[in-house]
Design a binder for this molecule. Structure first.
Ligand SMILES: [Ca+2]
Ligand SMILES: [Ca+2]
Ligand SMILES: [Ca+2]
Length: 228
């Protein structure tokens, strides 16, 4: 039973965290950061035992999804605009625009942080952070001006109900951001500058609908044949 649950979790990772390279990679988080400390941000909100770190080779480009995002914590001087970048135009993200979901102004663990729904349409997307000052950061390392990873991801495993259907089945992740460029004297790779919980459900793939459709037509055809 446990094996099945783990398989389901792995499958859901595979579905939503699409494009990655083969090599496993975990971006280092500062040991003095309060993100992963006992009694720190994630421990207080979720309990560290209920989170599973996602490989940073796999959290960069996200498959088409609908869902919602809620700010959970901010430890940064500047306010943070959070949103996403759908790959709407030519393939690749260089020609696409930031869609803002919300602006976070308060600091600390947010009990009533801003929340918003997202819908990427039928295209892949990046998560993105636009601090009040300085460059925009995305989940795709190669899109960032310092070519570094500015977002780390955790899958919420605790309390997940594998028998749930509908939106409850949607995997929920916590994404945590570093908002300063690597060459800034105050770059501290603490990944606590904004922490957001995101729930993502797949946008139905047209191919799958087509297949399902032709299957139903096929069934109808068979029924017709037998009726004759
Ligand atoms: Ca990452
Ligand atoms: Ca594009
Ligand atoms: Ca920081």
């Amino acid at each position: 039973m446990k094996k099945i649950t783990i398989m389901l979790l792995l499958l859901s990772c595979g579905i939503f965290l699409a494009v990655g390279t083969a090599a496993a990679a975990t971006t280092p988080i500062s040991p003095t950061s309060n993100l992963l400390a006992a009694g720190g941000i994630l421990d207080t909100i979720y309990g560290l035992g209920n989170l599973q770190r996602v490989d940073d080779a796999l959290d960069q480009i996200w498959n088409p999804a609908t869902g919602n995002a809620t700010a959970q914590a901010k430890y940064a001087y500047y306010s943070q605009h959070f949103g996403y970048i759908p790959d709407l135009n030519n393939p690749g993200f260089a020609d696409d625009s930031f869609v803002s979901l919300f602006n976070v102004t308060d600091n600390g663990i947010l009990t009533n942080g801003p929340t918003a729904a997202l819908n990427s349409g039928n295209v892949n997307f990046l998560w993105a952070l636009q601090p009040e000052w300085g460059p925009m950061w995305t989940s795709l390392e190669s899109e960032n001006s310092d070519a570094l990873d500015h977002m780390v991801t955790f899958l919420i495993t605790g309390g997940a109900d594998p028998t749930a259907v509908g939106p409850q089945r949607a995997p929920t992740y916590v994404i945590a951001w570093e908002d300063l460029p690597a060459d800034d004297p105050e770059f501290d790779y603490d990944y606590n500058d904004l922490v957001v919980e995101v729930k993502v459900a797949p946008v139905p793939i047209p191919g799958a609908i087509l297949l399902l459709g032709s299957g139903l037509l096929g069934l109808a055809g068979i029924r017709k044949k037998f009726k004759r």
